[in-house]
Design a protein around this ligand. Structure first.
Ligand SMILES: [Zn+2]
Length: 635
């Protein structure tokens, strides 16, 4: 009897839920987001709420590179402003380089020779009081260090943090954010003790409000406040420096002839070779102290080398001139092309797609990394390559990261698909429009460098994850699928459904609302719904929150063509009909035909007796099972 009643309740629930699929879907919202809406820091129309706030810091850093000991030493003075309505009892510092400690938890492979003792903190002084290095004051979680404040930091107040530190630099050949490359070239990123983000979203963690739980294991990227930096870099005599921001003492650093050439490049739309092969043995520097300033940026990084080639130009973006530089090893054969690729990248992103002016007045491509590229504000650290396609994609991709995540301060640690997916989408468009290379059609040419249709393989390997929390299930093998390919395909299909201009309008609104802030995926999805005037939660839900593979199938009986949605993902429908007389016809259905949970679409066909074949076109639409894609009607 009890069992029977249970069953009937179950039946009612099933009947109700199948009814409710025809209604609008709410996206799953974690509690932190619901609370943010209640507190008025976020809103479900996608705008920042009236009570939105974020914190900020001014960094003054002196850093010295010791190439002999392969170490950097630093001293810093930071003013941290608490603009939140909360009293802060802790300050959280990120010691990224502790990722290299022997017992650190990592999600990338490290060459064992790179294991080192981590960051050495000499002193920490907060508001003129030295911090005791003991367990009652310090709590370590991976690369994050929480310091219990002797005097809590009240809303609207600031604190002064001073510290002295040093850290070894990894030297062996592997991809990384900091390192020594061949012939005395160095790239220094993720290097200084950085104050973590305190935001309105981490309300339920033990270190309430602080981005404390997720630490750097190697694969994670940025989630930083927008800060001001004054950095003095000391390098050995004869080393050139390229860095985030603006060099403040150019006349003290460069000898006159080089200084004049740089001024020429700053004002020229033509490429100027600042350092050619014949200049390498010339002494063009007067000082080894380089002073930089960068305001309102999420990070600071620099590259340095002794004998690098150096090209520069100025790219006009509206009434702004972007000083564009490329610094590279003399053996990097294709690198002389990069200055033009950087120019077309800046012009395309600023003027064509997404047609938002490049946010800074400086762009540098530094050739260090041994495979791939890595972005920092205004400066990318990219590998040498003999593959022109890769050179195009990696140059554009890393420059585009100045929009996503640096203009729109995403939490890449939790939502890496936000910046990589959008960047992959726009990289694909740049390749098609500027270089006439199609990431969908040119499978061989793109290989593993971003062939969008490689999504098939990952679905088939059962590497699918819900994109919204894929950060928790990444490894080096599936990262590319989860962060880049799957979201890029989703954005492309969404763009095709709503129209390119409508998509771009919504993207502009999103960037306008959230530039210099910290948007979550909800702020992005809700902005798209709001600006496009339609609830697309069925789409966001299916592609970003649920598991599901792409699979449509055809069935043909008595003049009716049935298109079945076999996999859960909604997809656009494109069907080619071939007739016996050699003519063809194409039937298309928009992706939103599936929005109410429909499992099949029935199409009436004309001139049925004359049809030879009916075929699903999957050239640009992923579909993992092709056995039901073609029907031979009359052979
Ligand atoms: Zn990227």
């Amino acid at each position: 009897m009890y069992m029977f009643r249970m069953c009937s309740i179950l039946l009612i629930i099933i009947a109700y839920s199948s009814l409710s699929t025809a209604q609008e879907i709410d996206l799953y919202e974690p509690m932190y987001y619901q609370q943010a809406v209640e507190k008025g820091t976020r809103s479900r129309d996608g705008n920042p709420g009236p009570n939105y706030w974020q914190n900020q810091a001014d960094y003054s850093i002196d850093v010295r590179l010791d190439t002999a000991a392969k170490k950097i030493h630093g001293k810093q003075h930071v003013t941290y402003y608490n603009q939140s309505p909360d009293t802060l009892n802790h300050l959280v510092l990120r010691l990224y380089q502790n990722m290299y400690k022997a017992n650190a938890r990592r999600n990338i492979n490290l060459n064992p020779e790179n294991i080192h003792e981590g960051v050495y903190l000499d002193t920490i002084v907060i508001n003129d009081e030295g911090i005791l290095f003991n367990d009652s004051v310090l709590t370590l979680r991976g690369t994050n260090l929480a310091i219990k404040l002797a005097k809590p930091l009240l809303p609207g107040e600031n604190l002064q943090l001073q510290c002295a530190w040093s850290t070894p630099i990894p030297v062996e050949k592997e991809f990384r954010r900091i390192g020594y490359y061949k012939d005395n070239a160095w790239f220094i990123g993720y290097f200084y003790p950085q104050i973590a983000v305190y935001d309105d979203l981490n309300s339920f963690t033990s270190m309430k409000g602080w981005d404390f739980r997720l630490f750097h294991k190697g694969a994670q990227e940025f989630y930083n406040d927008f800060n001001n930096y004054e950095v003095t870099i000391e390098v050995p005599e004869g080393f050139y420096v390229w860095a985030t921001g603006t060099l403040q003492n150019a006349e003290e650093v460069y000898k006159k002839p080089l200084y004049r050439k740089i001024q020429e490049a700053r004002n020229s739309e033509k490429n100027v070779q600042l350092m050619g092969k014949n200049d390498l043995d010339k002494d063009m520097l007067k000082s080894n102290l380089w002073r930089y300033r960068a305001d309102g940026v999420p990070d600071f990084a620099f590259g340095t080398a002794q004998n690098y080639l150096w090209d520069a130009t100025s790219v006009s973006i509206g009434d702004k001139k972007v000083f564009t530089e490329v610094a590279y090893h003399p053996d990097a054969k294709l690198y002389p092309k990069v200055i033009d690729i950087a120019r077309t990248s800046l012009q395309y992103a600023s003027g064509k797609l997404p047609a938002i002016p490049y946010p800074y007045d400086h762009s540098i491509t530094f050739n260090g990394n041994l495979g791939g590229g890595m972005e920092f504000p205004m400066i990318a650290n990219n590998a040498d390559t003999e593959d022109t396609t890769f050179l195009y994609t990696v140059t554009f991709h890393e420059i585009f990261h100045n929009y996503c995540p640096f203009m729109t301060g995403f939490n890449e640690k939790r939502y890496p698909f936000m910046d990589e997916g959008l960047t992959a989408l726009f990289t694909g468009r740049y390749m098609r429009d500027v270089h006439d290379m199609d990431q969908y059609a040119d499978r061989d040419r793109f290989g593993n460098l971003g062939n969008v249709m490689d999504v098939y393989e990952y679905y088939a390997l059962q590497e699918d994850h819900q994109i919204i929390n894929a950060y928790s299930s990444i490894n080096q093998d599936n990262m590319f699928f989860q962060y880049y390919l799957k979201p890029a395909v989703a954005y492309e299909l969404f763009m095709n459904m709503v129209g390119e201009q409508a998509f771009i309008n919504a993207f502009h609104a999103f960037v306008e609302r959230w530039k210099g802030k910290h948007p979550t995926p909800y702020d992005m999805f809700y902005t798209f719904n709001n600006v496009l005037g339609e609830n697309y939660n069925w789409f966001w839900n299916a592609w970003f929150y649920q598991l599901g593979y792409p699979d449509l199938g055809l069935e043909f009986k008595q003049g009716e063509l049935v298109v079945k949605r076999i996999g859960a993902l909604p997809l656009p429908v494109k069907i080619e009909i071939a007739y016996n007389d050699g003519t063809t016809n194409t039937i298309t259905r928009s992706m939103d035909e599936w929005k109410n949970g429909t499992k099949q679409i029935i199409l009436e066909l004309e001139n049925e007796d004359e049809i030879k074949t009916i075929q699903l076109n999957t050239e640009r639409i992923p579909d993992i099972d092709d056995h039901n894609h073609i029907i031979h009607v009359n052979r």
